[in-house]
Design a protein around this ligand. Structure first.
Ligand code: GAR
Length: 187
């Protein structure tokens, strides 16, 4: 069975959807968060998944090294960034096949405030994208995208919640799509 590591920073509803999918033929070997108070850590523990907290350091390179070493020890075939609000180092993304879920139709609205930026731009629709992580910010090859309409009266919270309803299914589908394409690196 292939091995996956989830990275997440906050609530963790995407991580929960991945953990809960009974048909996902991958072993979630660990969940890593950059925040000790993230609800997602509790979600993982309740599902019997081991957790690691790697908080950002004043020296960014120390953090880069720490997360790379931690993931390396977990020997994943796939890393899944599901609501992880940090940029991974070039070394990291060259070492581990990594996918990310983003709450906008990339290449539109990359970065940490995608939902807010879409509302501010006055577009009628936005969406969600699952993509490979490369050395840029939300620039990697797109795996799957789904559109979500922006409704009159939407605010950042209501729109983000509707996007996440779609995102949860999309990330699970994307994992199932990419897993068979990955060489098992660790038997
Ligand atoms: C998701 O919408 C995900 O796309 C976004 O954080 C949310 C996590 O929700 N990630 C980013 O914006 C990364 N740039 P969750 O904590 O309920 O899983």
């Amino acid at each position: 069975m292939k091995r996956a590591v989830i990275l997440a920073s906050g609530n963790g509803s995407l991580a929960q959807a991945i953990i809960d999918d009974a048909q996902l033929s991958t072993q979630i070997v660990a969940l890593i968060s950059d925040r000790a108070d993230a609800l997602v850590l509790e979600r993982a523990r309740l599902s019997g998944i081991s957790t690691h907290v790697i908080e950002m350091k004043s020296n960014r390179q120390v953090w880069d090294r720490e997360i790379l070493d931690c993931v390396n020890n977990l020997k994943p075939d796939l890393v899944i960034s599901a609501g992880f609000m940090r940029i991974l180092s070039p070394d990291f993304v060259r070492t581990f096949p990594t996918i990310n879920s983003h709450p906008a139709l990339l290449p539109l609205f990359p970065g940490a405030h995608a939902v807010r930026d879409a509302l501010a731009a006055g577009v009628r629709e936005t969406g969600t994208t699952i993509h490979w992580v490369d050395e840029g910010v939300d620039t990697g090859k797109i795996i799957r995208q789904v559109k979500v309409s922006i409704l009159p009266g939407d605010n950042e919270v209501s729109l983000h919640e509707r996007i996440k309803e779609v995102e949860r299914g999309l990330i699970v589908a994307a994992i199932k799509e990419v897993l068979p394409t990955l060489e098992s690196r660790h038997g």
